[in-house]
Design a protein around this ligand. Structure first.
Ligand code: TNX
Length: 736
């Protein structure tokens, strides 16, 4: 059988050589004992996939040799496949293991199918690989609180990580919706805190919210945790446990109400979001948390303990006499100072036990604990600030690393939390923020991680769907390093991705396949409106029709000069691939104008660029994460549309997305200026619908339209995200 060298993440250097090595039942292996994890993996993989069993032999006689070479960088390796045999060199166990993972991707995909095929010999093309990681921290995260996944699945997840040379699994074990790790000293945590009465179904923004009425829960015993840790070790994966504090603590508080400021009995949360009941900084709470952490530290051998620190509303602390006294007594500024005090107390304890603490970027607020490592998720600001203060940072910005976001704009995508994070965007991620590049502080960037929050992932298949193929792109970012040329590197990545998806098929792993999707984009070219159809991979044919007309092969951009509906389908050798595509373009008066906005849309919600405001295409009616809706965070907007020549207009329409649970608010007013004057300020009505439609009469001839959209402002108390700036999401501005 032949092989293809389509390794992901791409190795540093790969050179093909002439000839082949033939691996058979007679092949033998020599390795130094230190590399036994790699050896065990390789032997088991070959046996499972082919029935070939490899015996040991002395180094001089063995056809596969795995030996030490201290000149090779940490976790790196060399893999040399010559006619007479295979030699792997590494300076540590990880390196040897990663060499085997590369070899695995060189072997025929059918080996992924265990215990089904008997193969006598494998022909492997000769090549030389030299490889080492760009970042030392290469992580994937999994939230098992919002939905619980059994031990077997966690092990499977770890195998996914290991295959792509991730070395860290961030295990989010506690949150408002369930406490998932047995703590011997506090049995109520799992007896009560691991189970909720029911679970939200559909999307949080659906009105009214609906619940399934079914009790839900589960947890890992310490025995199971140990088993998972051992399994991870056998895959060179270190686990970072996360015990959330002081917020996201409702499950713990439901088990032990006295941990909160009010000591009120509360249930384990049944829906998603941020909750006001957080740990109260009283001696009893610290004793509890330190005892919990002691058991966690005892179990997990890794260096890091993650303590959360994110999204802790301060309303309970503001109303609590004890908290206010503590603030005075400690000379703290306010409740943010108190959060900082809280985290620092915990850090002291963790450090005293010889471990290091990681927290989400909110731990910067009120002052960073002295030795903390910061995980930056609300963008990269947290990472920049922390690295400049000399702290290590890990990048997981929601704009590039949130695998709970939609990966395609297609209406048929399974319900996700929101956001739009297509594969190419992950691939284009650079873990070192611009502000740190070419500074010494860049050395504090340990690496990056993909986050898998499971509010909208109730099944293992859905996790796989959201993880694959984006995990391939992330592995390349953290191992091979960020791309220097997005277009050419991405094309090369896709060529390597296709055979890897075949491996997933053989392993029956679900994934989001958007390689055969068609995308449509309106572009303006020398006063003309052109519609381009594209698809990510090469060697396929797009066929399209306009307004239900004859199907034609797409060769170049389509010139648009009226309202059209475009349908398209991808073909390879006349066989339809992927999903049918359809788009509607409304050729209104502003489509050929130009548009400027005083601020850029937020990087997570600006996929279409500002031109999306006047490209003739409406955003989705049911989701705000696509290429048409633009999201702005707290900014007052001034949108200026300039016509090529004075134009007679009669009507201006647009729409705003409302999803208060996710901090999206429609503006309260709007103002329009034109050559024929400033129109009276428009008061926008409140609505229960997810979309607020605005239709305004505006009669006259004008060369421009300027629309001022003040932000809704700060989210009022008692609502999700209270105290934060509201988002404004605006769709097409249709001018008739
Ligand atoms: C924010 S990321 C959270 C999580 C949610 C996630 C959903 C972070 C530190 N906190 O609690 O699950 O958004 O995307």
């Amino acid at each position: 059988m032949a092989c293809d060298a389509t390794i992901i993440p791409a190795p540093d250097q790969l050179e093909m050589r002439s000839g082949h090595f033939i691996l058979t039942n007679n092949s033998t292996l020599f390795a130094i004992p230190e590399f036994k994890t790699a050896v065990n993996f390789l032997k088991a993989y070959l046996l499972n996939g082919t029935g070939i069993s490899i015996d040991s032999a002395p180094q001089a006689a063995a056809s596969i040799v795995i030996i030490k070479d201290n000149s090779i960088p940490k976790e790196g390796y060399s893999l040399s496949i010559l006619k007479k045999g295979i030699t792997i060199k590494a300076s540590d166990g990880q390196g040897a293991f990663y060499a085997v993972q590369s070899l695995r991707q060189i072997l025929p995909p059918v080996l992924e199918k265990s215990n089904t095929t008997i193969i006598d010999s494998i022909t492997i093309a000769c090549m030389e690989i030299k490889d080492a990681p760009r970042f030392s921290y290469r992580g994937m995260h999994l939230d098992v609180s919002r939905h619980f996944f059994p031990k077997e699945f966690i092990k499977q997840y770890i195998t996914w990580l290991a295959a792509l040379k991730f070395n860290t699994f961030h295990w989010h074990l506690t949150d408002d919706q369930g406490w998932r790790i047995e703590i011997k000293k506090y049995p109520e945590l799992t007896r009560k805190g691991a189970f909720r009465k029911e679970t939200l179904i559909g999307h949080y923004n659906d009105t009214p919210q609906r619940f399934d009425g079914k009790p839900y829960g589960g947890f890992y015993t310490q025995q199971e945790v140990k088993e998972i840790i051992a399994f991870a070790k056998a895959h060179h994966v270190t686990i970072i446990p996360e015990i959330e504090l002081p917020g996201h603590a409702q499950a713990a508080i439901s088990a032990y109400p006295s941990l909160s400021c009010t000591a009120q009995e509360i249930p384990v949360a049944t829906k998603w979001g941020v909750f006001e009941n957080i740990y109260c900084p009283k001696p009893e709470t610290f004793t509890f948390l330190k005892n919990v952490l002691d058991e966690v530290i005892e179990l997990f051998p890794g260096t890091y303990i993650h303590i959360g620190g994110d999204e802790a509303p301060k309303s309970r602390w503001d109303a609590c006499t004890h908290c206010q006294q503590l603030i005075n007594q400690m000379g703290l500024e306010d409740s943010h100072g108190l959060q900082s005090y809280f985290i620092t107390e915990i850090e002291k304890h963790i450090n005293a036990r010889g471990k290091k603490m990681i927290g989400w970027d909110e731990i910067l607020e009120g002052g960073l604990a002295p030795n903390a490592t910061v995980m930056s998720w609300r963008g990269t600001q947290g990472a920049i600030a922390a690295a400049k203060q000399g702290h290590d940072v890990i990048l997981t910005p929601s704009s590039h690393a949130y695998f709970d976001y939609y990966q395609a704009a297609h209406q048929e995508e399974p319900t996700a939390i929101g956001g739009y994070l297509p594969l190419k965007k992950v691939f284009g991620f650079n873990p070192v923020p611009k502000a740190l590049q070419q500074t010494d502080a860049a050395l504090h960037v340990l690496g990056a991680q993909g986050n898998v929050w499971t509010e909208y992932m109730a099944t293992q298949d859905q996790i796989a769907y959201m993880v694959f193929p984006r995990i391939f792109a992330m592995s390349e970012v953290v191992w091979s390093g960020p791309t220097k040329n997005l277009e050419t590197d991405y094309a090369d990545f896709l060529v390597r991705l296709e055979p890897n998806l075949k491996r997933l098929d053989l392993k029956q792993i679900n994934y989001g396949n958007h390689l055969y999707d068609i995308e449509g984009d309106v572009v303006k070219n020398q006063g003309k409106v052109i519609y381009n159809l594209t698809t990510p991979t090469q060697g396929k044919e797009i066929k399209y029709s306009i307004n239900g007309g004859k199907q034609q092969v797409y060769t170049q951009g389509l010139h648009i000069s009226k309202d059209v509906i475009i349908n398209a389908q991808l073909y390879k050798d006349n066989l339809a691939l992927g999903r049918a595509f359809s788009d509607t373009i409304h050729y209104h008066k502003a489509i050929n104008a130009s548009v400027v906005v005083n601020v850029a849309p937020h990087p997570a919600y600006g996929a279409g660029g500002t031109d999306a405001l006047i490209n003739g295409v409406l955003g989705s009616n049911t989701r705000f994460a696509d290429k048409q809706w633009l999201g702005f965070w707290g900014d007052d907007l001034q949108i200026t549309i300039t016509f090529a020549k004075p134009t007679k207009i009669s009507k201006i329409s647009t729409r705003f997305y409302k999803a208060n649970g996710q901090w999206l608010y429609a503006p309260k007013t709007l103002e329009i200026q034109t050559d024929f004057g400033t129109l009276p300020m428009v008061k926008l009505p409140a609505t229960d619908q997810p979309i607020l439609d605005v239709n305004l009469k505006a009669d006259g001839i004008t060369s421009f339209i300027k629309i001022s959209v003040p932000s809704f402002g700060v989210i009022p108390d008692g609502l999700q995200g209270a105290g934060n700036k509201a988002w404004t999401f605006i769709d097409e501005i249709v001018v008739e």
